[in-house]
Design a binder for this molecule. Structure first.
Ligand SMILES: [Zn+2]
Length: 81
């Protein structure tokens, strides 16, 4: 089910709402329909998960890089004559 983040244009309340079909959500605080749908998901949970994934990818790249360098050094040592 699609959950969107909205910001109320009247009171500035920020909230998540389920949007089903043509159903228009209203502000959880003041009931206004003047809502701004947030396209990106600014949830803290999502960005920190993304950050961890990026860190893991960087760690993986680094270890692969050092493995490559190690293999290259082995190759050079064994072909040193
Ligand atoms: Zn509101």
């Amino acid at each position: 089910m699609p959950i969107f983040d909205f910001i109320c244009g009247d009171c500035g309340e920020q909230f998540e709402a389920l949007v089903r079909g043509s159903q228009v959500p209203v502000c959880a605080k003041c009931g206004s329909e003047k809502l701004e749908k947030q396209l990106s998901i600014p949830s803290v949970k999502t960005s920190s998960t993304h950050g961890l994934a990026m860190q893991a990818a960087k760690r993986r790249d680094r270890s692969q890089g050092s493995e490559r360098m190690h293999a290259q050094r082995e190759y050079e040592l064994s072909h040193d004559d």
